[in-house]
Design a protein around this ligand. Structure first.
Ligand code: ADP
Ligand code: MG
Length: 312
């Protein structure tokens, strides 16, 4: 831990101000989360690590936002409204006050944006890299959590937002994209650092329209593959309809589609539902009998070498 503060001082100074109802100011052994009648509690956890999910020298506020938002993305894809979270920090021993202050500020901003509060956590020091695990809790109408397993033959497949922006941002941070305008590069990097999961849409609308859903975190094709296998169906994606942003097209040119559908970290929602839905999402394909995911373009199947990100 850094010279000036022990873990209790860190908790009191930076995290206690973020504590929500039921957290007792982070002064007790456990917190309570008051339940909501007629709802299930949806629970999810995801950790991010320096060097894998963010860069150690990324702005600390964006690291905090990414840690929280990758979890809110899972809740959104299940139709749950986020309520609270736990924060498990493994910090380098020499972490500075500036880093912690900026990190806490990022959390504060997102707590206001997404109406969530901090319930507790754990703080430890390590000689290894920085990692941040968040466990998030959300409420979903009882028995209604949207599953990966509900896709039906004949459904259409939809995705929110655009695909590949974050992967493009990672490519830019690794040195690609010199020909792009600075604003385009910045927009991609911003998406890599701070995902934009459709939290409001997931909580307010998804359950009314979707049969199956998944958050797109490992790559569009890989994550649609989870719906396909869990539902026992095949998914066919019409490549011409996959929503790509202008910066992604500019960065990757003719390869944009294939690279975007294999890239990770989108944190959008892919879902299946009846044909003809309209809303803040794009129709990209359909469900049929069989197994797996096929990407079609100009009447031909596009080969996918590596459908998405894998840690091992
Ligand atoms: P314990 O005695 O169980 O180890 P701790 O000393 O780890 O308790 O934590 C004391 C209090 O501070 C608890 O309420 C815990 O939830 C909270 N806390 C510790 N670390 C964090 C953190 N990173 N974020 C939020 N709350 C934390
Ligand atoms: Mg503890």
């Amino acid at each position: 831990m850094n010279a000036g503060m022990d873990e209790f001082e860190i908790i009191a100074r930076y995290f206690a101000p973020l504590a929500g109802e039921g957290a007792f100011g982070l002064g007790d052994d456990a917190a309570v989360l008051p339940l909501l009648a007629g709802h299930d509690l949806a629970v999810t956890t995801d950790a991010i690590a320096a060097g894998t999910d963010f860069f150690a020298d990324d702005p600390p506020g964006t690291v905090a936002q990414k840690a929280l938002r990758v979890n809110l993305s899972d809740l959104a894809a299940k139709g749950a409204a986020p309520a609270a979270y736990l924060l498990n920090l493994t910090l380098p021993r020499d972490v500075g006050e500036d880093w912690l202050a900026d990190f806490a500020q990022g959390l504060k901003q997102d707590q206001a944006e997404f109406a969530v509060s901090l319930l507790g956590g754990d703080t430890s020091a390590s000689d290894g890299g920085l990692s941040i695990a968040v466990t998030a809790f959300g409420f979903v109408p009882q028995g209604r959590m949207l599953r990966r397993s509900g896709a039906r033959i004949g459904d259409h497949v939809y995705v929110t937002g655009t695909i590949g922006n974050s992967g493009g941002g990672l490519a830019v941070l690794r040195g690609a994209g010199h020909a792009l305008a600075a604003a385009a590069r910045d927009s991609l990097v911003a998406r890599y650092r701070v995902p934009q999961p459709p939290v409001g849409f997931g909580a307010a609308h998804l359950l009314q329209i979707a049969h199956a859903g998944v958050d797109v975190s490992d790559g569009l094709i890989a994550d649609l593959g989870h719906i396909a296998s869990q539902s026992g169906v095949a998914i066919v994606v019409d490549g011409a309809r996959v929503p790509l942003s202008d910066p992604v097209r500019a960065l990757w040119g003719a390869d944009a589609l294939v690279r975007a559908v294999m890239a990770g970290d989108d944190y959008q929602i892919a879902f299946s539902g009846p044909a003809g839905l309209n809303g803040p999402f794009t129709a990209i394909g359909h469900v049929e009998g069989g197994t797996g995911v096929r990407l079609m373009l100009d009447g031909r199947e596009v080969p996918i070498e590596r459908p998405g990100f894998r840690h091992f």
